[in-house]
Design a protein around this ligand. Structure first.
Ligand code: GLN
Length: 517
């Protein structure tokens, strides 16, 4: 892993920081020694893993890909980092990301873009030749690129609206987003709390399953949204191929018709069909289903996520931690008169364009004048999107049952499906120059675009359309996984398919993913 990092990281830019080589080799020797004495620490003893740089770690800096946290070191490890370390994993480094998780192409990092590593696996010399570089996807682009190029065996990412699944699909690896509340968010720096989940990126479905079920899916009292132990139904299992059955007889697979959007490329439609027939030939019954509110998911997400983000990001003011502007050095701590610009200067210098745009959008939708039109309405639509899923799945949503045990099942008397199969993205990984950017502030355009224009205007959907298939799972809290399924016949880049299941039904999700793999 280390030699691949040395050889390729400057081309791919997957890591923001790599652990000291001596420390790594010493830890590897200790793990080997434990192995020889038959005293392994856990299932990942000595295995190099990487963490997206929005997970707090005591060692190495935690930057969120932002200048505002450049050089910041956390006094504690995130719960999931602790759990992986207890299982023996060795942290090899911290991976690059879109600043604070905001983006879909990993082009918005203060540490530079992440490039799709796919071609380095086949080429020599100048790894990209004359071909234009393609994006790794975001926001966990560094984690996906690191696993895809063999720089670590697994990496954690975070998935707020698809940030683990989209880069996994573009880079040809497995990206899993668990049900909301199953993996502790304690120590994962918040972007949008009600949507954020820890995500796992691995080469295989089995590795993902092992890390999830056996290691990081645990109740944590430090996370107030962690699901209590008595509501966790799935059983832990020992790693072995036997836990995956290859028979899908009796399984019902839904194809949501609303996912046939006009932006979908022909190549992806073809692959989606192949995925469907693959499951059919393994015994599954294929059923067309409807999730009518899907069409509102993208706009709903882009109201709610920035609203939560604008509130979360208020803490970066230059006072407590992170970057502090030196412009007001005569009165560094004064908050009135001239010193009052300390907050503004700090935030102006510390945050990138996209983060500023989201803060503006979020602040705008939370103001008294627009709260009801945007934020409240988006919350209502979020419920409708969630109930679409409850209507199509055969299993009841365990959270609804728990909150209201007397409620009749939404889906009583109706045969639902066990999983949904959809594309992850509308196309293969775009070229850097193809990526649609929103207008940004520069000399000829000194003002950031107005929030109202952004919400209603041109450009909004273009720039954010890549998330159209992934945000519904976050809005409703259900588990979803992106599995590499094919390669583009035009240029050899990988393409993934997405599976989604009812809340808490990771068992079925992994079973079907294993077959698709
Ligand atoms: N692309 C989406 C966004 O920018 C999702 C990001 C994520 O899941 N962290 O908000």
């Amino acid at each position: 892993c280390l030699s691949r990092i040395k050889k390729y990281n400057e081309h791919v830019n997957a890591f923001i920081e790599v652990q000291n080589e001596e420390v790594l080799l010493e830890r590897a020797r200790e793990a080997e020694d434990r192995f020889n004495r038959g005293m392994v620490k856990g299932p990942l003893d000595g295995i190099p893993v990487a963490y997206k740089d929005n997970f707090c770690t005591k060692e190495l800096a935690t930057t969120c890909g932002s200048n505002i946290l450049r050089g910041f070191t956390s006094p504690y490890d995130a719960t999931v980092v602790e759990l992986l370390q207890d299982a023996g994993a060795i942290m090899i480094g911290k991976t690059n990301l879109d600043e604070f998780g905001m983006g879909s192409a990993n082009l918005y990092s203060a540490f530079g873009p992440v490039y799709n590593p796919h071609k380095i696996l086949s080429a020599s010399g100048d790894i990209y030749g004359t071909e234009e570089k393609r994006v790794a996807g975001g926001s966990s682009g560094g984690s996906a690129a690191a696993v895809a190029s063999g720089k670590c065996f697994a990496a954690l990412g975070s998935d707020t609206g698809g940030s683990v699944r989209l880069p996994a699909s573009y880079c040809g690896v497995v990206g899993f987003k668990p049900s909301y509340g199953l993996c502790s968010r304690w120590g994962l720096i918040a972007y949008a709390n009600s949507l954020d989940t820890v995500g796992i990126i691995t080469k295989t479905v089995e590795d993902s399953h092992l890390i999830f079920v056996d290691i990081i899916s645990k109740y944590d009292e430090r996370d107030s949204t962690s699901l209590p132990s008595q509501l966790r139904t799935f059983k832990s299992s020992t790693p072995s191929n036997s836990r995956f059955s290859h028979d899908l007889n009796g399984l019902r697979v839904g194809v949501p018709q609303e996912y046939f959007v006009s932006e979908l490329s022909e190549e992806i439609v073809k692959l989606w069909r192949q995925g469907i027939s693959n499951l059919r030939s393994n015994g599954a019954k294929i059923i067309t289903v409807s999730c009518p509110n899907t069409k509102y998911a993208l706009s709903t997400y882009y109201i709610l996520a920035p609203a939560e983000a604008s509130s979360n990001l208020a803490r970066y003011d230059g006072i407590r931690y992170g970057h502090r502007s030196e412009k007001d050095s005569s009165q560094p701590n004064s908050l009135d008169e001239d010193g009052g610009f300390l907050y503004a200067n700090t935030r102006d210098e510390g945050f990138g364009e996209e983060v500023k745009r989201r803060i503006m959008l979020g602040t705008y939708t939370l103001t008294a004048g627009s709260y009801e039109d945007y934020y409240l309405r988006a919350q209502k639509i979020r419920r409708l999107i969630q109930s679409d899923f409850d209507q199509v799945f055969s299993k009841p949503n365990p959270l609804q049952h728990h909150n209201n045990p007397n409620a009749a099942d939404n889906n009583t008397g109706k045969e639902g499906v066990d999983v949904l199969i959809t594309p992850v993205a509308t196309s293969i990984s775009p070229k850097i120059s193809d990526y649609a950017f929103l207008p940004s502030r520069n000399d000829s355009n000194p003002e950031l675009p107005n929030a109202h224009d952004l919400l209603s205007g041109v450009g909004f959907l273009n720039a954010y359309v890549n998330d159209v298939f992934t945000v519904p799972a976050n809005l409703s809290g259900i588990p979803a996984i992106s599995v590499p399924f094919g390669i583009s016949l035009t240029n050899g880049y990988p393409i993934g398919l997405q599976l989604m299941a009812q809340y808490g039904d990771e068992t079925t999700l992994f079973k079907v993913a294993k077959i698709l793999e």
